[in-house]
Design a protein around this ligand. Sequence first.
Ligand code: PEP
Length: 232
Amino acid sequence: MNKIIVANLKMNLNYNEALNYGDILRKYNYDNIIVCPSNIHIDLMHKYGVVVGAQDAYYLNKGAYTGEVSFYQLKDLVKYCIIGHSERRTLFNESNEIIKDKIASCFFNKIIPILCIGETKEEYDNKKTFEIVEEQIKDLNISGEIIIAYEPVYSIGTGIIPNDDGIDNVHTYIKKRFKEIYNIDIKVLYGGSVNLDNCKDICNIESVDGLLIGGASIDVNNLIEIYKKVNL
Ligand code: PEP
């Protein structure tokens, strides 16, 4: 089974850069690469045949919410949506409650949520990792496929990565808890400072089903090299 590679392009590419990105990627036609561009580039990536995810959306379907884009509006263009990224949680004050509403809206609109969870450095130092993860995965209303991305907050964009056992223990815990609470088997991706040098070793951890990549995915050729190293 190929490892899933999710590219979170965040707020980076302009229109021409996005065109180039999609154009290069479509020539490879790889399974299991999901690209999450800015909303304004979703349509062009979709037309290029790229498997597309959104980076976030608003939980209500329609209405007077100037500036927002809903899952309902995205549903014919994206297969996935990142939910609860740590930048949304910290910079935009997204609580676990809002995140639950977004997950429910994903299911309603037949979009597969990629739910990001993970502890801060302080929580890690205070040995609260499992408590935080439990808080982030409990009381979800699951009615379809969901993917979890374990992204320790202190790992995002910092070059700091937990050791293999650290990743494996949390991934194994998440899978076990989803089975116990919701009776489903789920895929768990690792995210945080993944690059071409470390991607293979991280993917060799059995409980890692794939990677969520930020910085190292902005260059499409680098993303393709990561995909090849991990999967070919
Ligand atoms: C992310 O923002 O989800 C992420 C994993 O970023 P980076 O790969 O740059 O650490």
